[in-house]
Design a protein around this ligand. Structure first.
Ligand code: ATP
Ligand code: MG
Ligand code: MG
Ligand code: MG
Length: 569
């Protein structure tokens, strides 16, 4: 590419509304532009990186034996009614009508569509296992779209869905996907951790998230220094030590039951009879629109009439009890109401955590009850505040007894689930088994946030000059800067020659032939984060040299013109 004929839309100023560094740098480096909240255009520079991420994901998925498909972004409501999610999904589902008044949604995920396809296409166990994936645009009407493409409303996801006759086969493919994800994030050059995650929301039996470690991450992950134990915070807080963890099929209820001391304290406080006492403590806080962080939600046993839980039971709270809307629950818990463990229709109470009295509660009182020690609601509820949690968990023994715990912030870039038969059962997706009987399919699903990865990579790789791309996903691998090329035919010619040579050797090269001051060009190339820079100047050519500087090198160095290629390799 010649920079003079390419949209290099760099900006000096840091955009005011961009809070985190990846968002700022993606705007400043001319990678993306905002159209509306959570909607972004990928400019040529950004799209190059996005496509490289896609390519790596695609290659590794293909290698794993998965087959690529492409499903429609717009989905008919009937399928979602069949699975039950038309009612359950809440505010993130963008619903719409066609000209005949029929209901549709813009797909936030594709379990229904793929299950519908497979129930028609696959007939026999002999065709199993099968894994289908796509790289495609999703829409989720996020309550707080932010951080640019990190939490967008329209974004690119790789989603895969596998189909099996039994759990063993599902387990096998699940492990293949786990390895495939590790290969993908290794190739992307990212520092990441696979962690155990809660699968309650989707209803399956196992789930892992892949987190890119970065201080700006919205999630917290905990891992052991002495073993492979790693979990996201929701999982870690509620998990029994590995030894006595219930089998996956067992009642998830136990896993989520808060400690006895907590139940008693909260029940006493709310003056609730034990059978209606606290079922689940929601340990995830999120900022509301006013920037107030940390909604605290209690899910109580049984059905409640909120009017019966008297306001005077919660002194100091002006509007003590409100029935949370589906959307609020979804935002507070990060999952859908009615789907946490086996508790049907949990009745939530959401209380402002600023209510001082909540400080009285110490939740997850002790290790015996499988909670973190001494977590204090007032102080720790917004779990986004890893700094606070660090005091609580860091240095504690790992639940598996090996090593001590560390806590870090993470960006969720991938998520794999064993879905079991949730969708296949609801939608009657079967194949004939060895005995010619219809068998409900077992399913797995596997997501990667392709566009989010671009932002996550920048969070991990930048300095005060700009982005520092891992070579594998740099928009260009090499920049050739010609100094005064518009005035000096020798320089222009040498630049062109080098450009052709490197291109033929397979490099993605940007020839910066713009009629700009050297300082401007250098600053742009550093901001964009191109790993290698070669400068062609009259003075250098006179001495038979080019000037080389790697993106993170302290010093530049001169190299003989004819050695440029061998130097880069
Ligand atoms: P989050 O917890 O960040 O909201 P999620 O758990 O809702 O993500 P999944 O349903 O697991 O997301 O989707 C698979 C992947 O899609 C996620 O791991 C993430 O990388 C990506 N993703 C989800 N929501 C967004 C979004 N709003 N913008 C960009 N990428 C997203
Ligand atoms: Mg989400
Ligand atoms: Mg998540
Ligand atoms: Mg997820």
């Amino acid at each position: 590419m010649r920079a003079s004929r390419y949209l290099i839309a760099t900006q000096k100023e840091t955009p005011a509304d961009a809070e985190i560094v990846s968002h700022q740098l993606m705007l400043r480096a001319g990678m993306i532009r905002k159209l509306a909240a959570g909607l972004y255009t990928w400019l040529p520079m950004g799209l190059r990186t996005l496509r490289k991420v896609e390519r790596i994901v695609r290659e590794e998925m293909d290698k794993s034996g998965a087959q690529e498909v492409l499903m429609p972004a717009v989905q008919p409501a009937e399928l979602w009614q069949e699975s039950g999610r038309w009612e359950q999904y809440g505010g993130e589902l963008l619903r719409m009508n066609d000209r005949h008044g029929r209901d549709f949604c813009f797909g936030p995920t594709h379990e229904e569509v793929i299950t519908d396809l497979i129930r028609n296409e696959l007939k026999s166990y002999k065709e199993l296992p099968a894994n289908f994936y796509q790289i495609q645009t999703k829409f989720r009407d996020e309550r707080r779209p932010r951080f640019g493409v990190m939490r967008a409303r329209e974004f690119i996801m790789k989603d895969a869905y596998s189909f099996h006759l039994d759990g063993d086969s599902l387990e096998e493919t699940y492990q293949v996907m786990h390895r495939t994800y590790c290969n993908i994030f290794d190739r992307l050059g990212l520092d990441y951790r696979p962690v155990e995650a809660d699968s309650g929301a989707i209803g399956g039996s196992a789930s892992h998230e892949f987190h890119v470690l970065a201080d700006s991450g919205e999630d917290a992950v905990i891992f052991s220094t002495g073993s492979n134990y790693a979990a996201n915070i929701e999982k870690a807080v509620a998990l029994p030590p590995q030894g006595d963890r219930p089998a996956p099929s067992q009642d998830m209820q136990e896993v989520h039951t808060p400690g006895q001391r907590t139940i008693e304290a909260v029940s006493n406080y709310l003056r609730l009879p034990p059978e209606q006492s606290v079922k689940t403590l929601l340990v995830k806080g999120e900022e509301d629109e006013n920037g107030q962080s940390g909604l605290v939600a209690l899910i109580l046993r049984g059905d409640h009439n909120l009017n019966e839980i008297k306001a005077e039971n919660l002194p100091g709270v002006a509007e003590p009890l409100t029935m949370a809307t589906d959307e609020e629950i979804e935002n507070a818990v990060g999952c859908q109401p009615g789907s946490i463990g086996p508790v049907k229709l949990p009745v939530p109470i959401i209380v402002d955590r600023s209510a001082a009295h909540l400080a009285d509660f110490v939740c997850g009182a002790n290790r015996d009850d499988y909670h973190l020690t001494g977590v204090n609601w007032e102080r720790d509820m917004p779990l986004g505040r890893v700094e606070d949690l660090r005091d609580v968990v860091e240095g504690d023994a790992s639940p598996d007894g090996k090593g001590t715990l560390e806590i870090r912030r993470g960006i969720e870039v991938g998520h794999i689930f064993k879905l079991g038969n949730k969708y296949s059962k609801a939608m009657n997706a079967t194949v004939l088994d060895e005995n010619g009987k219809a068998a409900i399919l077992e399913m797995g699903c596997y997501g990667i946030g392709v566009s989010r990865i671009v932002a996550a990579a920048i969070e991990q790789n930048h300095d005060d000059k700009g982005i520092i791309w891992p070579q594998a996903i740099a928009p260009f691998e090499v920049a050739i800067v010609t100094l005064n090329g518009h005035k000096s035919p020798v320089v222009a010619e040498a630049g062109e020659k080098l450009y052709e040579q490197l291109r033929q050797a397979g490099y993605d090269v940007l020839l910066d032939d713009r009629n700009d001051r050297p300082g401007v060009k250098f600053a742009d190339i550093e901001l964009i984060g191109i790993p290698h820079r070669l400068v062609v100047s009259e003075r250098g050519l006179g001495a038979g040299t080019l000037e080389y500087k790697g993106r993170t090198d302290e010093e530049k160095q001169d190299i003989p013109v004819e050695e440029a290629l061998s130097f880069l390799v």
